[in-house]
Design a protein around this ligand. Structure first.
Ligand code: SF4
Length: 302
């Protein structure tokens, strides 16, 4: 029996999940700006780049300013890499900004400024992996494709398999595909599944008392503990990520190259860590060095 059919078998008898989840989502969905009907596929793509590893509350103001300034791939592609890094602000993981800029350039030049709609073509674009490609096909083009993020994986582990959580697996797509309804409700069901994981069936404090699902294998089994180690939340203070952020802050605040000494002031406690962080920014192409040894955001070192 294939993994898909095994999961389909488990899902039989859970047919109430679809109407229960869709009804709940209709009442309880968050009003997120990238879900509004006037939002374009490009703007949804921008939101997906920003939401990777960054909470909604931090993304929302940056996304709104971004799409007001650069509403299309071609307007984004025409911006300088340094302006894109400045607009990315404090969202973190700034390589995403660089990849978004590269993605905009490819869409503007090779796809007539239109975000492709099929998963295979989306996967060829810079910065787009398996999750993002399916999210765009589903959320922007209303396609019936399984979309699996950590929230969806956890909900399916609990509801279908009776486990507290589940590590990423090649079977994830089959699991979610088996739950998707036929017809036009499939994209809405995908969003609703994700929303349930983000707001009700959360990792640490699932709110089963307000859950709309009447069938849940984990609850029915008495909430057995996770068999895999719980992933610790990554600390930020003192990490190379924090040092990189401090160095980028200095360069964002200056529109001309700065001397090394000015960057050194941004992190005084560990000079080896500071050197390592600066080297990594240079390697990532987020920062460049001028001929006379000063430093600038990408594209501003001439
Ligand atoms: S009943 Fe609890 S564990 Fe099951 S899906 Fe709902 S919130 Fe999650």
């Amino acid at each position: 029996m294939s993994a898909f059919h095994a999961v389909t078998g488990l899902v039989l008898g859970m047919t109430d999940i679809v109407p229960q989840l869709l009804d709940w989502y209709g009442r309880a969905q968050r009003d997120l700006p990238w879900r509004r009907p006037e939002v374009t596929p490009w703007q949804i793509l921008v939101s997906e780049f920003m939401l990777q590893q960054t909470p909604v509350a931090r993304v929302e103001p940056v996304w709104l300013a971004w799409i007001a300034r650069w509403p299309t791939p071609s307007t984004t592609a025409a911006a300088s890499p340094a302006d894109v890094l400045r607009a990315w602000g404090k969202l973190g993981y700034p390589r995403r900004a660089k990849r978004l800029h590269e993605c905009a350039t490819v869409i503007a030049t090779e796809h007539d400024d239109v975000v492709p709609s099929d998963v295979e073509t989306l996967l060829t674009l810079p910065g787009i992996g398996a999750y993002t490609a399916r999210a765009i096909a589903c959320f922007a083009y209303r396609q019936r494709v399984p979309v699996v993020d950590t929230n969806v994986r956890r909900v399916v582990a609990r509801v279908v398999h009776g486990r507290a959580d589940s590590p990423a697996s090649v079977r994830d797509l089959d699991d979610v595909a088996a739950l998707l309804p036929d017809g036009p409700d499939a994209p809405q069901f995908s969003v609703a599944l994700m929303e349930l994981g983000a707001t009700v069936c959360t990792a640490r404090s699932p709110r089963c008392g307000v859950c709309p699902l009447t069938t849940c294998a984990w609850r029915a089994n008495g909430f057995p503990e996770a068999t895999t180690p719980v992933r610790r939340t990554q600390r930020y203070a003192g990490t190379d990520r924090q040092v990189r952020g401090r160095l980028l802050d200095v360069l964002r605040d200056n529109d001309s190259p700065v001397p090394r000494a000015q960057l050194d002031l941004a992190w005084l406690s560990d000079t080896a860590q500071r050197d390592r962080a600066l080297d990594s920014l240079l390697v990532d192409g987020l920062v460049e060095q001028t001929a006379d040894g000063r430093f600038a955001l990408a594209g501003e070192g001439e």
